[in-house]
Write a protein that binds this ligand. Structure first.
Ligand code: AMP
Ligand code: MG
Length: 352
């Protein structure tokens, strides 16, 4: 199949005709990749089991890994779910539209092909104006995981999507680079106490402020222990994986820089192609290796924004090992470290 690329010149003034064909493709069971504020999504009609199946095929994604249904207005939620718990109402009011996904008990309308066989459904209302308009014009809820091949870093630019999906989907809507750069926060609101299944830009601190108490799925915090099943089925896969062996180095900054330089020299001595992930603040401290700044340490949103692009670049450059600085695990750092520790296969060195 030939993939058509549609460029949106001005996301503030989207022309109806730019999205008409894509909306029709979605309505008729085809695949459209489009920007959201988190990462690029690979969309299909969430109510059409056959369409959802195409997403799994295009991504090479295991079919027990459920999809998030995206809506364009609050009134589109009720038909998809059995009930809207009080916690969900508070969160919708505070964070929708935005980078927050909630897990509800599903209604009969939502096929198991979308939910990976689960009785629950994940729903999000994105804030990105292109995403919103496309979903609203399609006039169906849109199931949309990240528009990358399974196991690759999530796409944060249209070019990333093109690398992975050209020839596999009908249309790519190019809306430029995304804003946030990490996937949405996922909160399960079906139980007594709302539980974070995946950290994101809506942070645990923000959720606690709105809800009082929230729990966090233990699968987020460390490597999965034998026998513990993560509540978000997708978390069990080695997501976000760069091709290189990645090691995170944490501790006092000066020691971290020294350790990374030592490890990098050693690996280069063994003839390996070495990547280093640092920040603007430390860029000048690394004399050797392929050195990339991931953003400004003092502004962690920039780190979230650049993380996947940097990992992809190291893939493209053929880096064999990557040594990376690490970040504090609070606020948006929790989401950053969740993705980074997974990318590193939980290989973390602590220096004193
Ligand atoms: P992605 O679309 O690639 O961002 O991944 C979607 C994530 O949402 C995966 O980790 C899924 O496991 C999770 N998810 C989707 N639906 C559900 C659900 N019903 N219950 C728990 N987790 C879900
Ligand atoms: Mg994904």
């Amino acid at each position: 199949m030939e993939t058509k690329r549609v460029k949106i010149e001005d996301p503030e003034h989207i022309r109806q005709e730019d999205l008409e064909e894509a909306a029709a493709v979605l309505r008729n069971g085809g695949l459209v990749a489009f920007p959201t504020e988190t990462v690029y999504g690979l969309g299909a009609n969430a109510l059409d089991e056959k369409a959802a199946k195409k997403i799994y095929e295009a991504k090479g994604r295991p079919s027990d890994n459920p999809l998030i249904a995206h809506i364009s207005g609050l009134e589109e939620l009720a038909p998809l779910v059995e009930e809207i718990p009080e916690a969900a109402q508070k969160l919708m009011k505070e964070f929708w539209p935005g980078p927050l996904t909630m897990i509800f008990r599903k209604s009969g309308l939502v096929p198991y092909g979308t939910t990976g066989g689960l009785e629950t459904v994940a729903v999000r209302m994105p804030s990105d104006p292109i995403a919103r308009k496309l979903i609203s014009m399609a006039n169906v809820p849109v199931a949309a995981p990240s528009a990358n091949l399974s196991g690759r870093p999530s796409p944060t630019t249209a070019d990333h999507v093109w690398q992975d999906m050209a020839g596999r989907i009908e249309i790519l809507i190019d809306g430029g680079p995304v804003g946030i750069g990490l996937e949405s926060t996922i909160v399960d609101v079906t139980g007594e106490i709302p539980t974070i299944l995946r950290p994101g830009a809506v942070t645990m601190e923000m959720l606690e402020e709105t809800l009082g108490r929230v729990e966090i799925d233990p699968a987020i915090l460390g490597p999965m222990k034998e026998g513990i099943k993560p509540k978000a089925p997708g978390m069990k896969y080695r997501h976000y994986a760069p091709k290189a062996d990645m090691t995170l180095v944490e501790g006092e900054m000066e020691q971290v820089v020294r350790a990374i330089n030592r490890l990098a020299r050693q690996a280069m001595g063994e003839g390996k192609k070495v990547g280093i992930i640092c920040t603007d603040e430390t860029r000048a401290c690394y004399p050797a290796g392929i050195v990339r700044s991931i953003g400004i340490r003092a502004e962690e949103e920039t780190v979230a924004h650049n993380l996947y692009a940097v990992l992809r670049e190291f893939d493209d450059l053929g880096a064999e090992v990557i040594y990376s600085e690490s970040f504090p695990g609070d606020q948006i750092g929790q989401a950053i470290m969740n993705r980074m520790t997974k990318a590193a296969g939980y290989h973390i060195i602590h220096v004193l």
